[in-house]
Design a protein around this ligand. Structure first.
Ligand SMILES: C[S@@+](CC[C@H](N)C(=O)[O-])C[C@H]1O[C@@H](n2cnc3c(N)ncnc32)[C@H](O)[C@@H]1O
Length: 392
């Protein structure tokens, strides 16, 4: 991928952009495989464990765009957070076709509505960030992160012009972020136009992304990741008694990508997805209804507390647990519970191999029998990896 902003040094967000892809992938896979080598199942070797990497497009893939607003109300500049404030990066080649036009539309809205960009040093101004979610079919969900409600009447007045010029924008919300912190967004979401949800076809299901729900960065890669998880689960259950309904948990399920794929692949299973974000749970339930899947339910709860409590109940622990925690990993409490739980099979998808390795050290009975490097974050040192664990 060529990027003029990388070449001039204006943006260094893609830190490894000048490494040829085969070399970047080889080095990344090597790092992950070495890190996880102590946790392979007895008798397993890297050659038998590691499958081919999960790959997707290297450009125009990013499902979520995050732009920081600088400049003035007359001349707004949209940059990537943390990158050179003076350079407009609306044409970032990571963004799918159509995003640049929508961002230009937002700049026109800022000009017309005279919305002053937030000045971090002086703590003055109103619009902080612009967030765009893109579905593979080219539809968009637009979120304007504001310091206060002060400019909402002016934004409402001028929004129809943006919507008329950009029919791909399904919905617009204002996110209120009064605090002076580095967090990209605040807690309160105010709908401005449309229903604040966007259907994102991912693998074999549709995920219903809402403003404050997690969505994987690379939709094409995420689809393959979910299919891989579901395929491993089907393989584990193959040959089992067809009259029984194996219970499967998807902890940290977000919009339900793994749970929905598993429910499709194993219709007899009882799948439970658990997620702390109520918005994401609402989206996951919508995904299940759209796919006509009845064997799956979603609950809003803390994954660790729920797992401990549920396993202590009459049904006990599940047959298989799928876990996909944030970068911090499972942590000692959930890893410790999994170690003691008797759960035979775990599928662990991790966006931070270092915390995966720490979690594996805390559950030495669960060892890697299969794994794949997942190129979710091309051009960077960030790595996703999915592993299948079996109790030994
Ligand atoms: C890496 S994302 C994975 C989401 C989903 N599996 C997917 O593929 O989109 C991690 C998810 O964990 C959720 N989460 C964070 N802390 C949690 C907790 N204590 N209990 C349950 N879910 C939590 C986040 O809201 C986020 O949706």
């Amino acid at each position: 991928m060529r990027c003029p902003h990388f070449e001039t040094g204006a943006c260094r967000s893609c830190t490894l952009l000048d490494l040829p892809r085969p070399r970047r992938l080889a080095e990344a896979r090597d790092r992950v495989e070495q890190l996880l080598a102590p946790h392979l199942a007895p008798g397993a070797s890297p050659g038998t464990v590691w499958g081919p990497p999960i790959l997707g497009a290297e450009a125009r893939f990013r499902a979520r765009g995050k732009m920081a607003v600088g400049g003035t109300a007359q001349e707004p500049v949209l940059t990537l957070p943390g990158q050179s404030a003076g350079t407009d990066l609306c044409d970032c080649p990571l963004y799918p076709d159509g995003v640049e036009e929508v961002l230009e539309g937002v700049k026109a809205l800022i000009r017309r509505a005279q919305v002053p960009p937030y000045d971090v040093a002086r703590r003055r101004g109103e619009i902080k960030n612009v967030l765009v979610t893109t579905a593979p079919d080219g539809q968009h969900l637009l979120r304007l992160v504001l310091r206060s409600e002060a400019v909402l009447p002016r934004l409402r007045e001028h929004l129809p012009a943006l919507l008329a010029a950009h029919p791909s924008v399904l919905a617009v919300t204002a996110n209120l972020h009064p605090a002076h912190t580095t967090a990209v967004e605040g807690a309160e979401e105010i709908p401005l136009a449309g229903a604040a949800v966007i259907p994102v076809r991912t693998g074999d299901v549709t995920l219903f992304a809402r403003p404050q729900s997690f969505l994987q960065t690379h939709t094409e890669v995420a689809g393959q990741l979910y299919r891989q998880g579901a395929e491993w689960v089907r393989g584990i259950l193959a040959g089992g008694d067809p009259a029984t309904s194996p219970r499967i948990w998807d902890l940290y399920c977000g919009l339900g990508g793994f749970a929905l794929h598993i429910a499709r692949a194993v219709p007899a299973a009882q799948v439970t997805g658990v997620e702390v974000s109520a918005q994401a749970v609402e989206g996951a339930r919508e995904g299940a209804a759209a796919a006509g899947l009845e064997g799956v339910r979603f609950l809003a709860a803390d994954a660790t507390a729920w797992a401990e409590q549920e396993a202590a109940g009459p049904d006990g622990p599940p047959r298989i647990a799928v876990v996909n925690p944030p970068r911090r990993g499972l942590g000692e409490r959930l890893a410790g519970w999994l170690e003691r739980s008797g759960v035979e099979h775990v599928v662990y998808s991790s966006c931070h191999p270092a915390t995966l390795a720490a979690d594996l050290a805390a559950m030495p009975s669960l060892r890697i029998t299969a794994g794949r490097f997942v190129d979710m974050f091309p051009h960077t040192r960030h790595a996703e990896v999915i592993v299948r664990l079996r109790r030994t």
